[in-house]
Design a protein around this ligand. Structure first.
Ligand SMILES: C[S@@+](CC[C@H](N)C(=O)[O-])C[C@H]1O[C@@H](n2cnc3c(N)ncnc32)[C@H](O)[C@@H]1O
Length: 422
């Protein structure tokens, strides 16, 4: 992987920055989207050598346009970097020589907005010295520091220097639709992961048959991410795509023509009408989303069973699914799935009088879902745990804004006697 002579080899190598713990999911998402883009780009879109490393996924694609377009497609990563040069040395003179190989003007036509430098376990470990070196030897001679430019990355580990440029611009979790939010909104890429976590065990037909409820919907991030999962994000600006040749723009469109919208039946419940209004505003920013989502004000820990049943019925009545002639029977007996980020209890960021466990257990009993996914504090979500009829069959741990959290997947045991709120 180390190249001292020919930087050409590295121009098509990319790196997805991914929250630690979600790398495998991001790799699967990458491979799926590359398959879709291959409709237009052919084998030039296939991700080669996709490899999970801590905090990311490395891969290469023949067409760099594909990697830039992935910024509009992938939902789990937070950035996509393009590798510019990799070399190994312990000498400053060699660092200078190697960095001069990079075509700075080509890769940073608008300059560099800032350097992100990380160094460890190397002879040149001091990040301040590295920044000073770049400033003295390269700034204004090879590139300018300008706010309109892209971020440049220098990583030094075990005396291996990796130089990359950012292709994403704004952090990818800024999708552009969330204009309103509550106290502790879930980061969009983590919400997308929760949907992936539920989705990976199901076929599209199962998903379209189910009524999917977020019982603590807040500003609606989870529902938005479910709707957008297999769509291109249209609500971001893509200035960095300007260089893409017109023939590649056509190839991208050809891939997208194969995508058709999933017909989801989404329900959001929240006890706070103000939050529901915010969610409604956010949904309006996503084209066609309002057609498949219903919002209900209520307490998810003690909602009356009849109300729960009528949720399915109301969605069914408003449903866009072809009812009679498609073979689907969409009724109040449709399977119900839950997906949520319930409040964590206590006085933290997601405060509430009830604990996370109490809220989640009550929500399971209230809605009686067949499948459910929740995000909660790590210490509260344990694999094999049983809440009434529901068993936690899988967990995935990761960091959410410095907090150790876990996604948990729950399945209803259909054979045991039904329990629920009296
Ligand atoms: C952590 S926020 C959800 C954040 C949401 N995922 C987002 O990104 O905006 C929790 C929400 O649960 C709601 N809530 C708390 N207790 C509730 C209950 N018993 N029933 C329904 N909603 C509740 C709060 O009003 C709040 O909007």
């Amino acid at each position: 992987m180390i190249n001292n002579k020919n930087q050409e080899c590295f121009q098509n190598e990319f790196f997805l920055i991914v929250p630690i713990g979600l790398e495998e999911a991001a790799k699967l998402e990458l491979l799926e989207w590359c398959g879709i883009l291959a409709v237009g780009f052919g084998s030039g879109a296939f991700a080669k050598n996709a490899k999970v490393v801590k905090g990311g996924v490395t891969f290469s694609v023949t067409s760099s346009s594909v990697a830039f377009y992935l910024n509009a497609c992938l939902k789990i990563p937070s950035r996509i970097l393009q590798r510019l040069h990799v070399f190994q040395t312990r000498e400053w003179a060699q660092v200078e020589k190697e960095l001069k190989i990079i075509d700075w003007k080509f890769f940073f036509p608008q300059g560099i907005s800032k350097w992100e430098i990380a160094a460890s376990e190397s002879r040149m470990n001091n990040e301040k010295h590295l920044a000073q070196f770049l400033n003295e030897k390269f700034e204004n001679r090879f590139y300018k520091i300008q706010s309109s430019g892209s971020i440049a990355y220098l990583r030094v580990h075990d005396n291996v220097f990796t130089v990359s440029r950012d292709t994403s611009g704004e952090h990818l979790h800024f999708r552009g639709y969330r204009k309103k939010q509550g106290e502790a909104p879930l980061r969009e890429n983590l919400a997308a992961f929760l949907w992936f976590f539920l989705l990976k065990n199901h076929h599209r037909l199962d998903v379209e048959r189910a009524v999917i409820v977020d019982p603590f919907v807040g500003s609606g991030t989870l529902l938005c991410e479910m709707f957008l999962w297999n769509q291109v994000i249209q609500t971001r600006s893509y200035d960095s795509f300007a260089w893409i040749p017109p023939e590649d723009k056509i190839k991208f469109q050809q891939g997208l023509e194969r995508l058709n919208l999933w017909k989801l039946n989404l329900v959001g419940v929240d006890m706070d009408q103000e939050m529901l209004n915010k969610a409604q505003c956010n949904f309006k920013n996503i084209k066609a989303m309002n057609n498949c989502v219903r919002l209900i004000q209520g307490d998810s820990t003690c909602l009356n069973r009849d109300v729960v049943r009528s949720i399915s019925k109301r969605v069914s009545e408003a449903s866009h699914l072809p009812k009679m002639d498609s073979g689907f029977s969409f009724s109040s007996s449709s399977p119900l799935w839950l997906i949520s980020n319930p409040p964590y209890g206590g006085k933290g960021r997601i405060s509430s009088k009830k604990s996370w466990r109490e809220l989640w257990q009550k929500a399971l009993e209230t809605y009686q879902p067949q499948w459910a996914v929740a995000l909660g504090p790590e210490r509260e979500c344990r694999e094999s745990e049983i809440f009434g009829q529901w068993k936690c069959i899988e967990t995935q741990r990761f960091l959410n804004g410095g907090l150790r959290v876990a996604a948990s997947l729950w399945k209803k045991n259909e054979s045991t006697t039904k329990v629920g709120p009296s």
